[in-house]
Design a protein around this ligand. Structure first.
Ligand SMILES: *[C@@H]1O[C@H](CO)[C@@H](O)[C@H](O)[C@H]1NC(C)=O
Ligand SMILES: *[C@@H]1O[C@H](CO)[C@@H](O)[C@H](O)[C@H]1NC(C)=O
Ligand SMILES: *[C@@H]1O[C@H](CO)[C@@H](O)[C@H](O)[C@H]1NC(C)=O
Length: 454
């Protein structure tokens, strides 16, 4: 059977009509709920208050702001920057979808909340704070985010003697992508972002080291197993996208070849591995059919009959930890391939089935909090599971069997097991945690589906 028949046989028809604008609106509310620092007067998530307003660098630099990573309060810049790049890419590819649903300004704010923070973190050309807070220490507590931390949170700085290429290059990519988002609405900010992107790229490119060697704490949380080669090619590609300077394209292609990215077979498109993103960007920006073919080979590996199993209800089951964000990452890339004319019907059908599975069309419920049929109500997420301060909070709130007292609207949870089984259990972080990067490709893919309806 051809892939289309296989897709149809393995997964539901998924003909439910969704209000994608509503999903985009809610996903953006999730990002608002993750904000760290002093919240603005127009904060829409009323149960969230200003938090960690005193985050500082080693020389007292203001490092407040940015986003909490997941169900905790650490600010991990690698997934935060990846999120920013992918949200920016979605806004650039599907501007009309955001505009038509009145979400463009909110999407800009979500991106700017991160890029404002990255500007603070980038204190000198070759100095960049890549983490605030410590995973191990943060996870010892189950609490509401304090306005001030009782003890200053540790800040981790990368320098020429302790460099970290993945996170610096990913931040360069994020700043370059965001600079295009802001080009017409805020030209001076756009210029500022591109300056940071260039400097960060130089830093990452000239001082190459895997970043977990310099930031030991990240080892158990966001160590990059794919290394920094994909991020360097990704950053150069985004710099070309933003500047159209030929030398960045030459550089991106040289790195792609030197690092042999064509022969990688990444298990998705996610915070650790951007190979497929590089392939899609280069396919968009060059006329070299090699990249076109690479994206096609990537997507085909996730279709039924490819390299990955499917659940009985039709979810491509890439990895049990946060399976839905993996499916969303692939869906987003393959929608981009479809836009280039590569197997458009098949890839759009695949992407829609994956996203609709998350929205609840499988008949087993939605995986987006506050949206669709019987969504999860007990995410593994500290601030929404705790009462508003000064009411006390503790690990009791983790164990409490009731729903989280605050609805973490718009968050995509980890997801089911390989048999479509999901228990809405706060203690299970593999299935019930939420994270910045989970929503990023998901939201951008939803924007892609909305775009097709316009
Ligand atoms: C909280 O942080 C602010 C800003 O750094 C500082 O001015 C204030 O004294 C701190 N308050 C407490 C109680 O630590
Ligand atoms: C958004 O849509 C309005 C109404 O169609 C249009 O006038 C405006 O130019 C659009 N903005 C962008 C950024 O596309
Ligand atoms: C990519 O592949 C599609 C489908 O085969 C084709 O229509 C398109 O022209 C190709 N683009 C490039 C740059 O090769």
């Amino acid at each position: 059977p051809n892939p289309e028949e296989l897709l149809a046989s393995i997964s539901e028809t998924f003909s439910v009509r969704h209000d994608y604008g509503e999903v985009l609106r809610k996903s953006l509310l999730f990002y608002e709920a993750q904000r760290s620092g002093k919240l603005p007067a127009n904060n829409r998530v009323l149960w969230r208050k200003s938090a960690f307003v005193d985050d500082r660098g080693l020389n007292g630099e203001d490092l407040s702001g940015g986003y909490f990573d997941a169900g905790d309060y650490v600010k991990f810049n690698l997934p935060m920057a990846f999120t920013t790049t992918v949200l920016s890419w979605g806004v650039l590819a599907y501007t009309d979808a955001y505009n038509a649903t009145d979400q463009l300004a909110h999407a800009h704010s979500a991106i700017k909340w991160a890029t404002d923070y990255f500007i603070k973190c980038h204190v000198k050309k070759y100095e960049y704070y890549a983490q605030v807070g410590e995973g191990v220490i943060d996870h010892l507590l189950w609490r509401s985010p304090p306005r001030n931390s009782t003890r200053h949170r540790r800040a981790f700085k990368l320098t020429t003697t302790s460099p970290g290429t993945e996170v610096v290059a990913e931040t360069a990519a994020a700043m370059a992508a965001a600079s295009v988002v802001f080009r017409s609405v805020n030209p001076s900010y756009s210029e500022e972002l591109i300056r940071h992107a260039r400097d960060l790229y130089d830093f990452g490119n000239n001082y190459r080291e895997v970043y977990h060697r310099s930031i030991r704490d990240v080892q158990n949380f966001y160590r990059s197993y794919s290394g920094y080669k994909d991020e360097l090619a990704w950053a150069a590609s985004w710099l070309y996208f933003a500047t159209e300077e030929q030398e960045f394209l030459t550089d991106a292609q040289a790195k792609y070849n030197e690092f042999n990215l064509d022969n990688r077979k990444p298990a998705g498109f996610h915070w650790d591995d951007k190979t497929a993103g590089v392939q899609l960007l280069l396919a968009q920006m060059t006329s070299d059919p090699k990249f076109n073919r690479s994206v096609e080979q990537f997507c085909d590996r996730f279709l039924p009959g490819g390299d990955f199993p499917y659940t009985p209800k039709g979810l491509v089951f890439i990895q049990e930890w946060g399976v839905l964000r993996h499916a969303a990452g692939v869906a987003f890339i393959c929608m981009g391939a479809a836009n280039l004319g590569v197997k458009p019907e098949i890839y759009r059908d695949f992407a829609k089935r994956q996203i609709h599975y998350m929205l609840g069309d499988s008949g087993l419920g939605s995986y987006v909090i506050g949206y669709g049929p019987s969504p999860p109500t007990r995410p593994h997420h500290r601030s929404s599971s705790c009462p508003i301060p000064p009411a006390p909070c503790s690990f009791e709130a983790l164990r409490n069997p009731s729903s989280n007292p605050h609805v973490l609207t718009g968050a995509l949870v980890g997801g089911p097991d390989g048999n479509d089984r999901f228990t809405d259990d706060r203690r299970n972080h593999r299935s019930s945690e939420v994270a910045l990067d989970y929503n990023a490709a998901f939201q951008s893919a939803v924007a892609g589906l909305k775009y097709l309806e316009l």
